[in-house]
Structures are given as structure tokens and as C-alpha cells.
Design a protein around this ligand. Sequence first.
Ligand code: GDP
Ligand code: GDP
Length: 435
Amino acid sequence: MANIVAIVGRPNVGKSTLFNRLTEQRQAIMDNQSGVTRDRHYGTAEWNDKYFTVIDTGGYVVGSEDVFEESIREQVEMAIQESTVLLFVVDTQTGITGLDEDFADVLRRSKKPVYVVANKAETAERAHASAEFYALGLGDPYAISSQTGTGTGDLLDEVVKHFQSDGVEDPDAGIPRIAILGRPNVGKSSFLNVLTGQERSIVTDIAGTTRDAINTRYKAYGKDFILTDTAGIRRKARIDSNIEFYSVLRSIKAMEDSDVCIIMLDATRGLEAQDLNIIGQAVKAKKGVVIMVNKWDAVEKDHRTADVLRKEMIQRMMPIDYVPIIFASVHEKQRIFQVMEKAMEVYENKTKKIATSKLNEAMQAEIEKFPPPSMKGKFVKIKYMVQVPTPSPTFIFFCNLPQYVQESYQRFLENRLREHFDFTGVPITVFFRQK
Ligand code: GDP
Ligand code: GDP
């Protein structure tokens, strides 16, 4: 289930500072490796082993200080509709302003949990002053400092209580949930039309948790799947400047609700920074990924073009080198079937369980050939390994000194796992535990 936390509030209260604090450490790992731009307003955060998506709505606000513009109002309403929990940030340095009150008016009508976050409360004096924000009529203010991190733990303890656990029963368990993602104009709607128009048979309409979650079960090309729809985004926002915001919200939600993401690119534009963002986000969320380079018909090419392009793309996506890339054309119905077939394969890879005996047989041999290098005179002995029953492939390697396993060795094991057990398109997780 998608757990989405939206940060709202007027400019300069510290929304983006809070966003960075919540997402920073996780983000840094991916960003450095794949050249993803920093200019992003959504990211993954984790608290007490619970993962969630954080959105800094401020990154999209174009309103000004003194008017609570229609644009902001619409944006806050969208954030309310799409998120699990809202963090309403206010500033203990300035106290309540008129604009805070405007936000509060909209937020009070929300049925979603709202937390008043009284920011910049580094000093006892300012923490004390946070009591003033009771007047906003949204419950107890949480005094924090986004800059130092003070108070954020107590806040997050409360926030994560609203998240749905992974153990919820799902009547459609076992049927792949597929999200089609990509920037505007790559051809998502056209692709959906082809998919759902042909041999179209809607088996059931699944009532989503929010009123416009569009999860529809289809049979096409002989495959049974649930499509999480992000098309139709454009019609939703009344105000132009909110279109990007809404499209990001919807894709995050679709991504979180899916097993496999078909990420569409436009062949005439190549792999752009925003595409890398989407791919990185899907991998971080441990989703299966298939990349569909659409509009292949519109590219001048010879027999080598696809291979050259594929290599270039993998280079730029490093270390993500395990996702299938398919060059397709929705217009010419070229390789549409292949895309769906790949998505199904990736789903199989994501859900398969490797028997412990097979796993140990294959991996012990690899470890014998190339044992963990010693570190500070310590020798790591890996005793055995298991795959744990999680939604995406996760392996625990039991050993004597887990803290001395180097990252390069972890990557080595990951690569050997991929070689032996085909995890094409699927992020895998490797842990070390003491035994
Ligand atoms: P946004 O417009 O709401 O996203 O606000 P920013 O995150 O850009 O922060 C606005 C200003 O407040 C910046 O100068 C920050 O350095 C400052 N700021 C943010 N959080 C804190 C905090 O916890 N304490 C203090 N003293 N300043 C902060
Ligand atoms: P969306 O915004 O991602 O849903 O994209 P649309 O499906 O609305 O497509 C955007 C534009 O790309 C439209 O003009 C389509 O006709 C065009 N388009 C879609 N698929 C293809 C394709 O395979 N080849 C070419 N040349 N154009 C395409």
C-alpha cells in the first residue's frame, strides 16, 4: 500500500529543510551513483522499518506570500486527497500568520490525519512558543527543528502509526499489478488505449482506497493483470501550474501500488534526468521495472542503433544494469506484446522463491572461489543463506562478523545471485546477520 506523507505550509517555514532531513540519507546513495538531479520534491524515507514517500508540496507552489491563491488551495486539496498523512509546517520564529490560517482552513476540512509541525524550535523558548499553534484548531503542535533534527523522532513515531501494514489481505493477490509511468507525452495514453482496446475484457472494477484510484483488471494478449492508471492526469487539475504536481502525485501513488512499473521513454528525446528520477524511485521502492522506449518508429536508425542506445542508457543508469529495455512503437504496434510479456516475466522474477538448498549450493561454491576479503585482520565466514518471504527478493547471509562485510563484497554476492537465479528487472536486497 502506498504510504504518502505530504509536507504543506506557506513559503519559508522550512518545508524543504524538513523534506531533506526525512529523505536525505536514503537519497544520497542513489543520487551519487546515477547522476539523478537534486531538484526533486519527492523521495523515500524510512522510520522504524516502515518506508514511505515524502512530498514537498512547496517545490511546486507558485503562489506569493500575501495571497492564498486558488492555485495553492487546489494544490493543498490534491495533497489531502492523495496522501496518507499531512505535515502542516509552521514557524515558531514568526508565529501564526494570515497565510497559516488560510492553510488551516483548508486542512481542517480534511479527513486525513494532519500534524501541526512547529518548526525552528531549537531553543526552549521557541519550543514553548509552539503552544500558540493550538489556535489553528488542528490539535497538538509538534515542536521540532528541521535543521538539527530535534523532535522529528517523536513526530515520526506518530506519523507511522497511520500506515497500513504489508499484511493486509488482498483479493487480487497473485495477479500482477502494473503501473505505466513516464513523463507527459511519451505515449502512455496511446499505450493504454492499445492495451485495453484490444481483446479488452474488464473482469472486475476494483474499488480503490481513494475515490479516484483507478485499478482495473484486464485480460490482454492472453495475460491477466491489474493496470494502475496514471493517464487522464491532465484533465484533473483546473489550474495549469498544478499539472506537474498532480502528475507526480499520481505516478508516485501508482508506483507504490504496483508490482511492476513499465517506465515509458520517448525515443526521440532519449533518457532524460526526469526519467532517471522515475527509474531510481521505482528501484528504491523495490518495484520490478521494464523500460519501454516508445516512438521507435520516429527515430532514424540502422541495425546497430538499438544496441548502441541500450549500452548508453545502461551506462547512465548505473548501478541499475538489470532492467530490460525494449524499443517499441505504440503507433505501429511494434513489440507491444513483448513489453507485456517482459512485465510478466519480471513479476515472476520478483515473486519467485529460491529453495534454501539450491541457494546454498550455488552460493557456497561462489564464496569458496572468492571468499570475503579480510578487513582489519578479521576474517568473515559466511555460514549459510536464506531468502526471506518479503514482497521483493531479499536474502540474508548468516556469518560471524556481519559488520566486516564490505560493500564491494555485497555487490559481488548480489551479482552472483543474479547470474544463478535470473532476477532481471528486479531490485534485490542482501543483508548480513550474525549467526
Ligand atoms: P520552505 O520555503 O518552507 O521550503 O522553507 P525552507 O526549507 O527553504 O527554509 C526557509 C528558511 O528557514 C531557510 O533559511 C532555512 O535555513 C530556515 N530553516 C528551516 N528549518 C529551520 C530550523 O529548523 N531552524 C532554523 N533556525 N531555521 C530553519
Ligand atoms: P501521454 O501524455 O504519455 O499519455 O502521451 P500520449 O499517449 O497522449 O501521446 C503523446 C503524443 O505522442 C501523441 O501525439 C501521440 O500520437 C504520440 N505517440 C504516441 N505513441 C507514439 C509512437 O509510437 N510513435 C510516434 N511517432 N508517436 C507516438
